[in-house]
Design a protein around this ligand. Structure first.
Ligand SMILES: [Mg+2]
Length: 258
């Protein structure tokens, strides 16, 4: 059994869907209602509440069935579209196409170093486990993007009922990795990934993120920065520009398998 593992965030760390949920809504509208006139800029401000990760201190086992999870998301998106003046009946009809559009691997971009980073860790005899606040079908998406070869397991919040930074999802990821003696996390979210894991006893490397970017910090603290996470910066001392650089840092911190 491997005694070491790296936990990986997915979205923004290994791959990204450019424009996120707002862009996907626009794609659906473009396909279904040409000339609708809405932009991602119109919709994104309406997407800051209503997703399970916005209530990350609340377990949601009642959403663990994929259809139940998407029904919950569909209600949130229906509220977004109706707030943007799309008639409710038409919005509901459009949203029947959202799930397939969001999950289409062709709409996702894998960072150029991601596969090499996973391969580097696996070649050193470590396990790779993805732990993400994401959709129920994340495991299929990981495979569809060609990242599955060196991934031992995928823990997605939609199925397990806990959102990072809740400690329970890190416990599940650690268990999925075989309860290794040595475990690290790599992620782009200072609170959900790095501070959350740190409180579960897991050191982390922050990637692809500048905590000097005030727009990012404002978004971060709006989504995750409840009173009890105000100390997140103290957990983010280790940073790397890429996933591959993070993998290299972690392996170098354990020479000769130490
Ligand atoms: Mg992320």
């Amino acid at each position: 059994m491997s005694a070491r593992a790296v936990l990986w965030d997915f979205d923004g760390t290994l791959a990204i869907r450019p424009g996120h949920w707002g862009a996907c809504l626009v794609e659906v509208l473009d396909a279904r209602e040409p000339g609708h006139g809405l932009t991602r800029g119109d919709l994104t401000p309406l997407l800051h509440t209503g997703f399970p990760w916005h209530e990350h201190d609340q377990p949601h086992p009642h959403l663990s069935d994929p259809d139940a999870w998407w029904q919950h998301i569909g209600q949130t998106l229906l509220g977004v579209l109706t707030s943007a003046k799309v008639p409710a009946a038409r919005a509901a009809d459009h949203l029947r196409h959202f799930r397939g559009t969001y999950l289409d691997p062709a709409s996702w971009s894998v960072y150029p170093d991601s596969a090499a980073a996973l391969a580097l860790v696996a070649a050193a005899g470590w396990r790779n486990v993805i732990v993400s606040n994401h959709a129920p079908e994340l495991s299929d998406l990981v495979s569809g993007l060609g990242l599955g070869a060196h991934v031992d397991d995928v823990i997605t919040s939609a199925r397990c009922g806990y959102e990072k930074p809740h400690p329970a999802i890190f416990d599940l990821a650690r268990r999925a990795a075989g309860n290794p003696n040595t475990v690290w996390i790599v992620g782009d979210n200072p609170i959900a990934d790095i501070a959350g894991a740190a409180r579960a006893g897991i050191p982390g490397v922050l990637v692809r993120t500048s905590t000097a970017d005030q727009n990012f910090v404002t978004m971060l603290e709006r989504s995750y920065g409840r009173d009890d996470w105000q100390d997140w910066r103290q957990h983010c001392a280790i940073a790397a520009p890429t996933a591959h650089a993070a993998a290299r840092y972690i392996l170098d911190a354990h020479p000769n398998g130490a």
